[in-house]
Design a protein around this ligand. Sequence first.
Ligand code: GLP
Length: 248
Amino acid sequence: MDLRVFEDGDLLAAAAADAVEATLTATPTAVLGLPTGRSPLAAYAALRRRHAAGHCDFSRASTFNLDEFVGLRGPTPGSFRRAMDDALFTGVNLDPSRIHFLDGTAADLDAECRRYDDALRAAGPLDLLLLGIGANGHIGFNEPGEALRARTHRVLLADRTRADNAAAFGGDPARVPAEALSMGMGAILQARRIVLLALGAAKAEAVARAVEGAITTRLPASFLQLHPAVTFYLDPEAAAGLRERTVR
Ligand code: GLP
């Protein structure tokens, strides 16, 4: 696995935006996989600025977000779709028909997961997948457990994950939906290139275990060790648990 440690979040965000811009330049019809959460926000802001300055043409690109809460869909506050609209989509020239999102309000959630997998299969594999990482090592909403799922699926969220996502729900973990839909490990590991963004001391243990630990379903990000083209973009705090550092 390739590691890059940046002095601060702005440099990290610029490098993440560079990765997206380079992908769009090389492949204007690129299929991008995108996360929510705090980690990618500065990168998304950088992409909006670059687009406003005449760079980063998303007009022929497609996006697939990793996950959505059960019971929510855009533009409902708290939904990941709303978060993406606010962070990125309203500021770039993506064709709305090529923005792919799970609908957490679908009447038949299993059918919704199958619909997403069919769309991923038709468009994919993902050319570039940006990832965050949960403090418990989840990627997307593939939570630690006895088993992981390859396909898009419904998931019961860990207590820690609900607490970590409480900010968008008035700070109250109990108001965070208990379930979510998530892209599975299959589509994640089939992405051509993966860039994982991790900032802050709260991610240090998960990062260290993901990079240096055993590959285990108890730490879903550890499966990224099996992927041929993964780079972790870290700030010094998130990198603090690593035995070996590669600063470039
Ligand atoms: C949520 C999302 C993940 C994200 C994680 C980290 O749980 N489902 O996709 O990576 O949060 O979020 P943050 O970047 O805010 O720490």
